[in-house]
Design a protein around this ligand. Structure first.
Ligand code: ATP
Length: 365
């Protein structure tokens, strides 16, 4: 049932705009792949190329091993769910869900059974006789998902399906979509610009920028090991902190210097860094990987607290280090006042280093 999707050098332009730039992509059968990136990076266009709603300028699209590049959407074995859950207002929920099957002239009894089954799966079986105007936004979106799934597509394509819902409902539907995917196992490509949604739902995330995939990895890898400064700055709330650091040597040991402050580095990194003495790198560190000492003791990086935000499970500090502003996550119980000078310690294993010119992460080992 679940098919592999393969894009081979797919290119799509609109006039001078290159929306998708020679993209190669393999989505495994049953995989939930998220296309994530800022507005205008080409996520929707990529999805529409897979669906056949856009003709590609160059390259090929394969679904389940078949070249579908020249096939219309209806012949590709796909189903789509959009942001605007386009349900038909004059049809009941049951008629909405069964619409596609009716178009395929499926026998009535078979339609009734299939509609009931998928409605149960989405927990809308109580609502089958209602009209869309009698449903909440979340219920309407469930109808749209049911209508897609009832066709038993080999591939499910979703474009920001939750973005019209309020925050709480969104959270709830996110978990439901995840559970649903586990149950039906349809290969899914899901477009969002919401990184939390991407981290939560994706087996893998393709982070896009200007028509290209800049990193394709599991959520944990994308979060912990961003391939570029762009990915590191896009993923995470707050995004990763960046500081300029010079590669130096003191007492026979290679270290990184942030101003006068010595940042100890991983032993395994020292060999490679030794070849880079004198170079400036970008040091990346996440807010939760910085320890806070109430005063700037020896061996800590002095920082002045600008703002402290109590966020329930954590306290988020905005601190100033020289000309740089960093975000630091600490315990809500730690008494911190704005204006106070504290000491910071970076968790050595969690430091990421990037090349200053290209923004690419340095690889060690
Ligand atoms: P968003 O999150 O805002 O929907 P996106 O990442 O999905 O953005 P696309 O909608 O794929 O981005 O658009 C990629 C680029 O192609 C943008 O520069 C956009 O303006 C352009 N584009 C998309 N569709 C068309 C079109 N039909 N005609 C002209 N330009 C288009």
């Amino acid at each position: 049932m679940a098919a592999e999707i393969r894009l081979e050098k797919v290119r799509k332009t609109f006039g001078k705009v290159v929306a998708v730039k020679d993209m190669d992509l393999l989505v495994e059968p049953t995989e939930f792949l998220v296309l994530l990136g800022p507005s205008g990076c080409g996520k929707t266009t990529t999805l529409r190329c897979i669906a056949g709603l856009e003709r590609v300028d160059q390259g090929r699209v394969y679904i389940g091993g078949h070249d579908v590049t020249d096939l219309p959407p209806a012949k590709r074995g796909i189903a789509m769910v959009f942001q605007s859950y386009a349900v038909f207002p004059h049809m009941t929920v049951a008629q909405n869900i069964g619409f596609g099957l009716r178009m395929h002239r499926t026998p009535k009894e078979e339609i009734r059974k299939a509609v009931k089954e998928v409605a149960e799966l989405l927990q809308i079986d109580e609502l089958l006789d209602r009209y869309p105007s009698q449903l909440s936004g979340g219920q309407r979106q469930r109808v749209a998902v049911a209508r897609a799934l009832v066709m038993r597509p080999e591939v499910l394509l979703m474009d920001e399906p939750l973005s019209n819902l309020d925050a709480l409902l969104r959270l709830q539907m996110r978990a439901e979509l995840k559970k649903l995917h586990r149950e039906v196992g349809t290969t899914t490509v899901y477009v969002t610009h919401d990184q939390i949604e991407a981290l939560s739902l994706g087996d893998r995330i393709a982070v896009m920028r200007e028509g290209e995939i800049v990193q394709l990895d599991t959520p944990n890898e994308v979060y912990d090991k961003p391939a570029t400064v762009f990915v590191a700055g896009f993923i995470g709330t707050p995004p990763m902190n960046f500081l300029r650091a010079e590669v130096k040597e003191g007492e026979g040991k290679v270290h990184l210097a942030v101003g006068d402050f010595v940042v100890e580095v991983h032993e395994e990194w020292r060999g490679r860094l030794k070849e880079m003495l004198g170079q400036t790198l970008i040091l990346g560190i996440r807010a939760e990987n910085i320890e806070v000492r109430p005063s700037p003791e020896e061996g800590t990086l002095p920082a002045q607290v600008v703002v402290s935000e109590p966020l329930g499970s954590q306290q988020l500090l905005t601190v100033q280090v020289g000309n740089d502003v960093l975000k630091v996550a600490t315990s809500p119980d730690l008494p911190i006042r704005p204006g106070q000078t504290i000491g910071l310690v970076f968790t050595k294993e969690k430091i990421r280093l990037f090349d200053e010119a290209s923004g690419k992460a340095l690889k060690f080992g």
